[in-house]
Design a protein around this ligand. Structure first.
Ligand SMILES: *Cc1c(COP(=O)(O)O)cnc(C)c1O
Length: 361
């Protein structure tokens, strides 16, 4: 096999080698089936078992209660920006959004097409370097939902404490942090995540929705964009992304074998700690996020000049640390350390950064 690199991409991103190898073994013939998962009817017993196992494993991993449905949909995280208002903005036709970065902003803008969006807080004025302080007097008391992005992939912040929104359903975009740390699902009415950061290949989106939020779509909601249609049909209304569902199922199984989400969280805290401790001690590298809101998944950092940023990215790549270039709107560097990134990958990156500092400091 060719040598694998340490892939620090923000997404699509690194997947566990064990999972890739298992998928490779099962690619041509899924055990006892004589065919690939890609070739199976989505209505077959074989595929039904794969789907049910994936649901059961996610339910166990995230401690999802009985009154929630797990859906496997298409259209990526971005389709949820429309599905959330189309399905939930149905009583007062108002919703609160906290704008913590580009993904939250895009979600709020999409929702404006369907109702009244109140920006309850924003950290745009400090280039999204933090989660903004909340002022309850800015909340809409009769909002149909309150929307947050749990981990801000581009800017490297995360909510460490959930907002207290009373009886208003809390909606969370967890695309870049699902299964990275323990979360109290009962605090949410709806959580969703595109697969390509922590779960598997792009093409499947996991939605976890509380039963009472189903079935109140706006009249003109396209059938394919109704959560209730997918819930009533167990994600089999039409052909779902079968291979993607199989693959996220393998990742759920892998997370279980790592000791579950609590064990993964410990490992993620260790990895992030190694990098942030180095950044805090460095006189050359500089983290861009306020400490209390630092993400466990995405760590943006900069060097004093554009020349040094470019030099670092180039030399890192030559050493097998790839995709460290920051988002085009932020510049500098960003190291994404999703669940599949081993501790050793971060240790080696930091050793390289130390060396770079000695040579360029
Ligand atoms: C990547 C990402 C998205 C967009 O996902 P797509 O599948 O590309 O539509 C949305 N929200 C967050 C937090 C993300 O990290």
């Amino acid at each position: 096999m060719e040598k694998r690199v340490y892939n620090f991409s923000a997404g699509p991103s690194m997947l566990p080698l064990e999972v890739l190898e298992r998928a490779q073994r099962e690619l041509v013939c899924y055990p006892s089936c004589g065919m690939s998962v890609m070739e199976m009817s989505h209505r077959s017993k074989m595929f039904e078992n794969i789907l049910e196992q994936a649901k059961a494993d996610l339910k166990e991993l995230m401690h999802i209660p009985e009154n929630y449905k797990i859906l496997f949909l298409q259209g990526g995280g971005s389709t949820q920006f429309a599905m959330v208002p189309l399905n939930l903005m149905n009583k007062s036709n108002k919703a609160d959004y906290v704008v913590t970065g580009q993904w939250a902003k895009k979600a709020a803008e999409e929702a404006k097409r369907y109702g009244t969006v109140n920006i309850a807080a924003s950290s745009a004025d400090t280039t999204f370097d933090r989660i903004p302080a909340l002022d309850k007097s800015k909340f809409t008391p009769d909002a149909d939902y309150f929307y947050i992005t749990l981990n801000n992939t581009i800017y490297g912040t995360r909510w460490t404490e959930l907002p207290d929104v009373g009886n208003v359903p809390l909606v969370g975009d967890m695309s870049s942090s699902i299964l990275s740390q323990e979360i109290d699902i009962t605090k949410f009415g709806l959580l969703y995540a595109g697969a390509q950061k922590n779960l598997g290949p792009a093409g499947v989106t996991v939605v976890i929705i509380r039963d009472d939020l189903l079935g109140n779509e706006m009249d003109f909601t396209p059938t394919m964009l109704k959560y209730s249609v997918h819930a009533d049909n167990n994600s089999l209304y039409n052909t779902p992304p079968t291979y993607g569902i199989y693959f996220v199922g393998l990742v759920f199984d892998w997370v279980k074998r790592q000791g579950g989400v609590a064990a993964i969280q410990k490992r993620n805290e260790k990895k992030a700690g190694i990098l942030y401790d180095f950044l805090d001690a460095s006189s050359l590298f500089h983290g861009t996020v306020v400490k209390k809101d630092r993400s466990l998944m995405n760590a943006p950092f900069i060097l004093p000049t554009e020349e040094l940023n470019a030099k670092f990215i180039k030399e890192a790549e030559a050493q097998g640390f790839v995709n460290l270039k920051g988002h085009r709107t932020v510049g500098g560097m960003r190291a994404s350390m999703y669940n599949a990134m081993p501790v050793e990958g971060v240790e080696k990156l930091v050793a390289f950064m130390e060396q770079f500092e000695k040579e360029n400091g």
